[in-house]
Design a protein around this ligand. Structure first.
Ligand code: GLA
Length: 711
């Protein structure tokens, strides 16, 4: 074993993370712009020297990677452990630092008296600037160790951060940003829904007062986990602050016997001194380059048709073929048969669990429909909700004991369904075989929309223990097993819209269903919130019906298409409702999306400053030779003319030709700036610094501009 270094430094091309190993356990000393060679690590330690304060510890307890009661820490401990003896006061000593390569480190600390080992694993991706960090706990003691909490590494943050941004939501209105000041004590969000949840997304931003979308210092944190979570940002009375993210474990959920270990979910973190958009670009690149499978990184994302808001449970082969004909003509490339195809599923009251094709609706099985779809040149995808069962199903009648429950407590009702106990091997075997049988019977099924439509309110498994932790791991394993058996199969993570959108599930899947709301106006804010951590390539975005089924709002086809175009585009409606104009507009929009989709799914995102009248953003390619900018007016402006569009991310010295690419026809009250500027040349500087006067449009209008750099 080699000697413990005083510091461990991880660098990306832009950032440095510096860990101090000078105390009993390691801590994060610095996380920010890459340190110059002349900046010696001891300098930072000296600069951080604090004097003794009256009525306080002579030296403050450190905010180590797992700050502990055993270290005298009086903030929130990173580990809460109980055994028959003194595990509660766990006080480890750093004994080994392992570095397998320059950007990665493992700090191994052991408490020999208590027989517990903790390992903090951290890597900083050299080119995307995203750090991934987890904590692993191992019980070396013959006594059983109850783990009440084991957070991913706790990160102390600089004291110039004054603001926090969290993301909250509800069904059909996910990813709403909530801004607040750091205040003494803890800001805590806890999630016990048994899935990532609509309510609280496990992510947080912290920033300086000067930070906005294009400038200033900010940090982003996200826990990659699809079960229960707790996130905390605490400001201590002594002025220090830290963030701590971990899996929320239910009472008695996790016990480690001798030799057993537990690894926390990974915390993903990054920093930027160029504002929130740059921070998001780090996360986007990380998802594209590190999280998604190599196959998915290469694949062009096909335009979807999803049957849900088109026909709901009203499945008829002839109707579905007719829909397929229509959407193929629109340019759709993947036809996804949503809920309603399996035995007894004529509504949401029955059928979940019986994953065989309903012979009453599909007398010849799915073959006639799939062949029809394939002959039209479209891939076929299908919906499953594997973790669920309706009491009115053959599966439940045969195995009423296969569900999660808690003894002598009535199950809360939720969409007429219960949650299967994935910690039972026979349940997982059943699900694997059922899904596999469909994929074997219909080998051209290329896609699964994997749904999960209720909370886990009674998380007890067959052994009577709460089991969200094991249930979540079993889900990941089942998805991996199905994918391994069917190479090339793609899976979308859906949970009543965006209740299971996180890096944990995304590491096993390929796309997320961002929200059940297809209302283009609401969707703008939902997609904007989601874009802090997720790139457009994984964000499912569909053109919904003329009158939105969830909000009742009528939005033009031009705007609905413009909003969906900037995600993984699809349509979800009954295409028979389309007027001739709407049909042609949608066809043109899909063609425009296809023309630019490689760019849209890989370009750098620049969210433009919020103004309450419009939601605007731009995408710029790596060499800044091409850009698309979207202006989405959402309400009438206070002044007669709207504010200017100030572009971002362009090369100030380059000259660009400006063109309006969407909509193809815009009704204007009088000839506007658009007539004057169309096809004209402007420098990046003029576009960014001076800005483009926007035309007067009806509220709820989307304009998309293309910028082509001139040689
Ligand atoms: C959930 C999904 C929808 C749809 C329905 C089907 O609500 O989010 O997209 O698949 O289930 O029941």
């Amino acid at each position: 074993m080699s000697a413990i270094p005083a510091f461990v430094r991880l660098d990306s091309t832009l950032l440095t993370m510096l860990f101090s190993c000078q105390q009993r356990s390691p801590s994060l000393l610095y996380f920010g712009p890459r340190l110059e060679a002349q900046t010696e690590h001891d300098m930072l330690v000296l600069l951080a020297t604090r004097q003794e304060v009256k009525c306080a510890m002579v030296v403050e307890a450190p905010i180590s990677l797992s700050p502990l009661l055993g270290e005298g820490f009086t903030g929130a401990p990173g580990l809460e452990l109980v055994n028959a003896e003194i595990a509660w006061s766990f006080g480890p000593q750093l004994i080994e630092v392992r570095q397998h390569h320059a950007n990665q480190v493992e700090f191994v600390s052991v408490d020999a008296l208590r027989g517990i080992e903790v390992t903090h694993s951290i890597d900083l991706d050299a080119t995307t600037h995203v750090c991934r960090a987890s904590t692993t706990l191992r019980n070396l003691n013959s006594q059983a160790l109850q783990v009440q909490y084991c957070a991913a590494p706790t990160f102390q943050l600089p004291d110039n951060l004054t603001k926090l941004v969290s993301f909250e939501g509800r069904w059909s209105n996910e990813f709403q940003r909530q801004s607040m000041a750091w205040q003494l004590g803890s800001f805590v969000r806890e999630n016990r829904k048994g899935k990532t949840s609509h309510d609280t997304f496990p992510g947080l931003l912290s920033h300086t007062p000067q930070c906005d979308e294009q400038q200033g210092e900010c940090y982003g944190f996200h826990l990659g986990w699809s079960g229960n979570h707790r996130l905390r940002a605490e400001l201590l009375a002594d002025g220090r602050r830290y963030v701590q993210f971990g899996e929320l474990l239910l009472p008695g959920e996790l016990t480690l016997q001798q030799g057993q270990s537990y690894q926390s979910p990974s915390l993903y973190a990054s920093y930027s001194n160029e504002g929130f958009s740059a921070l998001s670009r780090h996360f986007h690149r990380y998802v594209r380059q590190q999280l998604l499978s190599p196959a998915q990184q290469q694949k062009t994302r096909p335009v979807h048709y999803n049957t849900w808001e088109g026909i709901y449970f009203d499945h008829k082969v002839e109707t579905l073929k007719e829909l397929a004909d229509k959407v193929a003509e629109l340019g759709v490339e993947r036809f996804v048969l949503d809920d309603g195809w399996f035995k007894g599923r004529r509504g949401d009251k029955a059928g979940l669990g019986d994953w065989t094709v309903d012979s009453l609706v599909y007398p010849q099985g799915l073959t006639p429909l799939i062949e029809h779809v394939n002959q039209l040149g479209m891939e076929f995808g299908i919906w499953f909700e594997p973790e669920m069962v309706n009491p009115d199903s053959d599966l439940f009648r045969a195995h009423p004991d296969w569900v999660l429950s808690s003894a002598n407590n009535e199950q809360l009702r939720f969409r007429n369904q219960l949650v299967l106990d994935l910690t039972r091997d026979e349940v997982v075997e059943y699900l694997f075989n059922a899904i596999d049988a469909i994929l074997v019977a219909y080998p051209t099924i290329a896609y699964i929309k994997w749904d999960m439509n209720r909370d886990i309110n009674h998380a007890g498994n067959f052994a009577g223990k709460p089991a969200v932790h094991q249930q979540t791991l079993a889900l990941y394993k089942l998805i991996d097993r199905i994918k391994a058996k069917h190479p090339g199969l793609e899976i979308e993570s859906c949970s009543s819209g965006g209740a299971r959108v996180d890096y944990g599930v995304l590491a096993h899947t390929d796309r997320v269903w961002t929200s059940d709301s297809n209302d283009a106006l609401d969707r703008l804010m939902i997609q904007r919130g989601c874009s802090y951590f997720f790139p457009s390539s994984v964000m499912g975005a569909h053109v919904g019906p003329r009158d939105c089924h969830i909000t009742g709002r009528r939005v033009s086809i031009e705007m609905r298409a413009a909003v969906a175009m900037f995600g993984h585009m699809g349509i979800e409606m009954d295409p028979r409702e389309l007027s001739e104009h709407e049909f042609q507009t949608l066809q043109t929009a899909i063609a425009l999306h296809k023309q630019h989709r490689e760019f849209i799914h890989n370009a750098d995102l620049y969210r433009l400053a919020d103004d309450e009248y419009a939601i605007n953003f731009g995408l710029v390619n790596a060499d800044k030779s091409f850009a698309l900018f979207a202006y989405n007016s959402v309400r009438e402006t206070n002044r007669t003319t709207p504010n200017k569009l100030r572009f971002a991310g362009l090369d100030p010295q380059a000259t660009y030709q400006l063109n309006l690419v969407w909509p193809t026809q815009l009704k204007e009250y009088s000839s506007s700036v658009l007539t004057a500027v169309e096809g004209q040349l402007f420098t990046g500087q003029a576009l960014q610094q001076f800005g483009l006067q926007l035309p007067i449009t009806n509220p709820q209008t989307s304009l998309v501009f293309a910028l082509n750099k001139q040689r």
